[in-house]
Design a protein around this ligand. Structure first.
Ligand SMILES: *[C@@H]1O[C@H](CO)[C@@H](O)[C@H](O)[C@H]1NC(C)=O
Ligand SMILES: *[C@@H]1O[C@H](CO)[C@@H](O)[C@H](O)[C@H]1NC(C)=O
Ligand SMILES: *[C@@H]1O[C@H](CO)[C@@H](O)[C@H](O)[C@H]1NC(C)=O
Ligand SMILES: *[C@@H]1O[C@H](CO)[C@@H](O)[C@H](O)[C@H]1NC(C)=O
Ligand SMILES: *[C@@H]1O[C@H](CO)[C@@H](O)[C@H](O)[C@H]1NC(C)=O
Length: 515
């Protein structure tokens, strides 16, 4: 009797062991545009992308003179025969989608009628991001990672037929790979996201990690490779020191809990719930470090206090992200800008602090002057301020991720941060740091808990209504009971016809007169 049970147990434990010991990892190069030299990207404007209820917001092209080339992308081969496309890697959404129709902002797209393995569901899907949105058709296809031999999986994906402010002129990607949880997939969470399918079919651990190296890693020019995406685990070449893990507070986005934010080591000193209003997510698809409005204002005030550029007052338009700030080549006064520290909850009583240098939040972009021979300064280093206010929670975007090697450990429901080994670090003088664990009580009290106003209001209304109904029914019930008793009495008497006494109101009257 016990043998099959034992066998089953052995099988389960063996497969668990295999998953952890024998599981492979796949390293995929991430590419990025060099924003210092790409002119086309300047046309596109300030954009942040992460799935949100806000829908897309119109943006102002007016004063924007330069623009970071947003996003890191991987190369994929889709369909049979294979069609190569680049897709943006986005940990802030969960849909995998590629362009399947021409669009003025892209040079190539997936042609479904050329693929023999394409299966369409004819279900339509719309995905809005913080800015931009697309409509598409759901389907299934075989997908390979071009950089990794023999990796082909069959996955659900959406074929984009129409979009608004989604593709960016000159950005070189034609699709998006959402790596967050099914919970936020569209049209609903029954859609299996790409990474879930990959884990299942390739039999790897449900872990991936990212080393984003930023524009400064593109110093060599020839290659656009600027980082790595490791599917299935971590690559020890990509980081040094310890990995500091923080728990994923909720598995939808990669939501974590911020317990403190400081500028040059001075705490912003707000109620820590404000930092997570209404969530804090780790999102490779967003460029900036976005902070809840109130927090942003406070942090900005502190940065401006700490910034001592007497000779060159910083224009207001720089802080709003509308204008660039430029210095003669190799003369950027880095030390005039403070560090920014973000402290995250590591456990209920400990925290870890991620320190960002100005190299992270001043993002190099190209300037018009660079090619303008009539200006006094033919060569400049120009930057865009990469902190911005948010109405949909804090976002630890590429600005934060570029400072660290980031591990998305879904097996153990945690996100890890370590100092990365990007090749440009020594060159650019980057010294982001991680310190911890620091002791702090009740860290989880900092998490923002959504007041369930809609539901609780409805529930209250429902209870009140039920109460009123019960109150109204009460006399009727009494009458009914009375009638039943009377009927029984009458039956005992055995003579009276029930039909004669069916009017309950009469019975009631009778009783009151009796008294
Ligand atoms: C995209 O950029 C190219 C060249 O930079 C330009 O010719 C084209 O008109 C732009 N397209 C859109 C839709 O802005
Ligand atoms: C796909 O390719 C076919 C055959 O080359 C062509 O007739 C069709 O117009 C293409 N579809 C789109 C959407 O470009
Ligand atoms: C890929 O598959 C081919 C044929 O099945 C095999 O010869 C080759 O060794 C495989 N490559 C890797 C890296 O596994
Ligand atoms: C450029 O690439 C070469 C060869 O890949 C490497 O040795 C060199 O260190 C790189 N230079 C920089 C500045 O990254
Ligand atoms: C923090 O909490 C853990 C268990 O949750 C406990 O073992 C540890 O002693 C606590 N540390 C301090 C400094 O209170």
């Amino acid at each position: 009797m016990a043998t099959p049970y034992l066998q089953l147990l052995l099988c389960i434990s063996a497969s668990v062991i295999c998953r952890y010991v024998g599981a492979a990892t796949y390293a995929v190069p991430l590419y990025k545009l060099d924003t210092r030299i790409n002119k086309a990207v300047q046309e596109a404007s300030l954009r942040t992308r992460s799935s949100s209820d806000e829908g897309w917001l119109p943006y102002n092209r007016g004063n924007l003179r330069g623009q970071p080339g947003e996003g890191y992308y991987v190369e994929m081969a889709i369909g049979t025969p294979q069609q190569k496309l680049n897709v943006l890697v986005d940990t802030g959404s969960s849909n995998f989608a590629v362009a399947a129709a021409p669009d003025p902002s892209i040079t190539t797209y997936f042609n479904r009628s050329l693929s023999s393995t394409y299966t369409g569901y004819w279900a339509e899907v719309n995905v809005p991001y913080t800015q931009g949105s697309w409509d598409g058709v759901l389907g299934k296809e075989v997908v390979s990672l071009t950089s990794v031999p023999n990796v082909t999986i069959k996955t659900s994906l959406a074929f984009i037929t129409q979009s608004e402010y989604f593709f960016m002129n000159g950005s070189e990607w034609q699709g998006i790979l959402g790596l967050a949880y099914a919970e936020i997939a569209r049209p609903d969470s029954s859609l299996t996201p790409f990474f879930d399918a990959f884990v299942d079919q390739m039999n790897i651990n449900s872990v991936f990690s990212m080393q984003l190296c930023g524009t400064m890693a593109l110093l060599n020019g020839s290659s656009r490779m600027s980082g790595s995406l490791v599917l299935g685990g971590v690559d020890e070449q990509l980081y040094e020191g310890d990995i500091y893990f923080v728990p994923i507070y909720k598995e939808w986005y990669y939501e974590v809990v911020t317990t403190d934010i400081s500028v040059n080591g001075r705490s912003v000193n707000m109620d820590c719930k404000e930092y997570n209003f209404d969530k804090t997510i780790v999102d490779s698809g967003t460029t900036n470090l976005r902070l809840p409005k109130k927090v942003f204002k406070q942090v900005l005030d502190m940065i401006r206090q700490d910034n001592n550029l007497e000779d060159q007052p910083v224009p207001e338009m720089f802080w709003t992200g509308d204008n660039l700030l430029c210095w003669p080549k190799d003369n950027t006064p880095w030390s005039s800008f403070p560090s920014i520290e973000i402290t995250l909850a590591m456990s209920s009583n400990s925290t870890v602090t991620l320190m960002l240098t100005p190299h992270q939040y001043l993002r190099p972009v190209s300037s018009e002057e660079e090619t303008d021979s009539s200006t006094m300064l033919p060569f400049q280093d120009c930057y865009k301020f990469a902190l911005s206010p948010s109405e949909s929670g804090a976002v630890l975007g590429a600005v934060v991720m570029e400072a660290f090697y980031v591990v998305f450990d879904r097996e153990q429901k945690r996100v890890g941060f370590a100092v990365n080994t990007c090749p440009n670090k020594a060159v650019a003088g980057l010294h982001p740091q991680i310190t911890g664990p620091h002791f702090r009580e009740n860290t989880m009290d900092c998490a923002y808990v959504k007041p369930e106003n809609h539901q609780s209001t409805l529930l209250t209304v429902a209870y009140v209504m039920a109460g009123i109904c019960a109150f109204c029914l009460f006399p009727i019930v009494i009458i009914f009971i009375y009638w039943q008793i009377k009927r029984c009495q009458n039956e005992e008497g055995g003579t009276e016809d029930i039909n004669n006494t069916t009017d309950v109101r009469e019975l009631l009257k009778d009783e009151s007169t009796d008294r």
